[in-house]
Structures are given as C-alpha cells and as structure tokens.
Write a protein that binds this ligand. Structure first.
Ligand code: UDP
Length: 326
C-alpha cells in the first residue's frame, strides 16, 4: 500500500463513526484518495469536518449491506454500531450490517481483487474463560443473549472472510479491536469512558455497574489507527490479529483516573451489571507486536486528558453558556 506517483484510492465504510473518522483523517494525511461510506445510523457527519474540507475526500451516504459502487484498492470495513446501547437498539440492523456487509464486501473484492481490512472485535471472545485473550482462543459467547447481535454477527463476519481466503484466495485481514477511546466518542453511547467523562464534567455521580471490579483495557484511538494502517500495509499477515492496549484496569480504577484527570471528585453509585457483561478483558498482542511492531504508546491518563478536553470543547459548542442581558 505504498504511495506511487498516482494516488491510490481507499474506501472506509463506517467513515462517520468514531474510529472510522480517525482512520479517514490518517489516510488523508498519508496521501490517499479516500472514499467514506456511512449510512449515518450511528455515525456523525461532524466527525468528518476536517476530512470534508480536503479535496481528496469523497463522502457517500450508503449502506454496506447494498452493492458497493466504488472502486478502491483497499477497503477498510468499519461499518457497524459498536457500543452496547447503539447495537442493541436495532439488533437486526447490527447483525445484518456485520454479516451481509461481509458477504457484499467479499463479492466486491473478488471481482475487483482488492484488499479488505475488516474491523472485528474483542467481543468475539465473549465473557472469556482464558486470560489474556490470544487469537487462538475460540471465545465464550451466549448466542441468544442481548449482546449476541453484535458478538455473533462479528463472529459470522469473520467466518465469511476466512472462507473467502480459503476458497478463492481473497486478501482479507481481520483485526480484533479491543476497547478504544478518544476524541469524537459519542456523548450518549453508554460506554464506560464517555459515561464517566460526562458524569464528572456535569458533576453527577459516576455509575459503576456491578462491583466495578470487572476489567477492560483501553487503547487510545491514534494507537489503534496505527495498528490498522500497519495491518493494511503489510505484504502478508497472519490474522485474525488482536489490536488493543494490554494494560488492564478495573472500572473502579478507571473512575479514579477520570476524576484525577478532570480535577473533580464526584460520588460513586453502583448499578446492576448488564446481562453477559464480560468480567475480564485484556488482549494478548504478541502477534501484532511480532508481525507489525505494534505497541500502543499513549498512556491512559494522557489519552483521557485529551478526550476530556475534546468533550469539554464539543459541549461548549453544543450548549453555549447563556448570555446575560445587557
Ligand atoms: N460500565 C460501568 N459504568 C458505566 C458504563 C459501563 O461500570 O456507566 C462498565 C460495563 O458494565 C463494562 C465496562 O464498564 O463492564 C465497559 O463497558 P462498555 O459498555 O464501555 O464496553 P464493553 O467492553 O462492555 O463493550
């Protein structure tokens, strides 16, 4: 995927989403002609404000479940709602976006011989019984639970892509993305980082689900995008490949760090743990380290500081302070 004398075209599906939009910015900075596709189910055009001003970016409203009309050498498939609140709000759309989207992409790539980099997820491991999660672990997923539309959809999409590799030599790469955070996260996506930041900014109690002792590992979005771009560039790649930050935190620990970063103490309140909520999650990234030299560099405190600053700025625009009458 090196740059030649003419610009290469890449397609990002889910371009208006949180990760998709950061990927678009990075690919534009690298000198690609970038086509962004999004059906705006959960994406936000505001995320593409910088990209829209670039003549090498081309946005299309469209759905990955329908036939693609774009030619691109590389397709980054980032189209799918990814936060539990969003993906559970329309489970059928979530499942079909993953599965039909993968089928459409495979058909498209077969005819045009393009490379696919597909965003899968740590959710394919479900509530894992192995720790940390290595790519060889098959997972522990409830096929009829509230998370199944996402987990099983992403698992089936992996099946579609791997069968395409096996049966007709498709160049399809699967990256399993672990919890990622950063500027542009939706305020209302119900995810732990956005919830805690909003609660602290608004001086409301932080909501810990369960005991708050469950763990996650949080990857700053620029680190994640670096891994995705390296995965696209590699001549050959053994996938699926975990991408994430292997530092593991309890949700209680995260709450403490968010308050430190924001410089504000709020109360902690406990709420019931959602169904099928994984108790521990942490990637084994030895494969990405060995094959891509991937190693996240942004510490949680620094990433949260940048995200907090971005939330504060966006909130100031969304809710300008009331003017006093002259
Ligand atoms: N969580 C929490 N309080 C919140 C939101 C989430 O304690 O306000 C917990 C949630 O139960 C889970 C973890 O934080 O254990 C991460 O949740 P998130 O929805 O961000 O992502 P997941 O990794 O579960 O998809």
């Amino acid at each position: 995927m090196g740059l030649g004398s003419t610009r290469k075209t890449v397609l990002v599906t889910g371009a208006a989403g949180f990760v998709g939009s950061h990927l678009v910015d990075r690919l534009l900075a690298e000198g690609f002609e970038v086509v962004g596709l999004d059906n705006l189910m959960t994406g936000d055009l505001g995320n593409l404000a910088t990209a829209m001003a670039d003549p090498h970016f081309h946005f299309e409203i469209g759905d990955v479940r329908e036939t693609l009309k774009v030619y691109a050498q590389v397709i980054f498939n980032f189209a799918c709602p990814a936060s539990p609140v969003h993906y559970q709000s329309d489970p059928y759309a979530t499942l079909t976006t993953s599965v039909l989207g993968a089928l459409r992409l495979v058909e498209h790539a077969r005819l045009r011989r393009c490379r696919i980099v597909h965003a899968s997820t740590s959710e394919v491991y479900g509530d894992p019984s192995e720790h940390p999660q290595h790519e060889s672990y098959w997972g522990h997923v409830n096929p009829i639970g509230e998370r199944a539309c996402y987990d099983e959809g992403k698992r089936a999409a992996e099946t579609v892509l791997r069968d395409a590799v096996r049966t007709h030599g498709a160049d399809a790469r699967i990256v399993r993305i672990f919890n990622t955070y950063g500027p542009r996260m939706a305020f209302n996506d119900g995810r732990v980082v956005s919830n805690f930041l909003m609660q602290v900014i608004e001086g409301k109690p932080i909501t810990l689900y369960g005991t708050g002792e469950q763990t996650r590992s949080f990857c700053y979005v620029s680190d994640l995008v670096e891994g995705v771009v390296r995965a696209a560039r590699a001549d050959t790649l053994e996938t699926p490949m975990n991408l994430g930050n292997p530092r593991e935190f309890t949700m209680r620990g995260l709450a403490r760090t968010v308050m430190d970063v924001a410089g504000r103490e709020v109360e902690l309140v406990f709420r019931p743990l959602p169904a099928d909520d994984p108790k521990r999650r942490c990637p084994d990234i030895s494969r990405a380290r060995a094959q891509l030299g991937f190693d996240p560099v942004v510490p949680l405190e620094e990433g949260l500081r940048r995200t907090h600053a971005n939330f504060t700025e966006r909130l100031a625009v969304a809710r300008p302070p009331e003017r006093t009458q002259p």
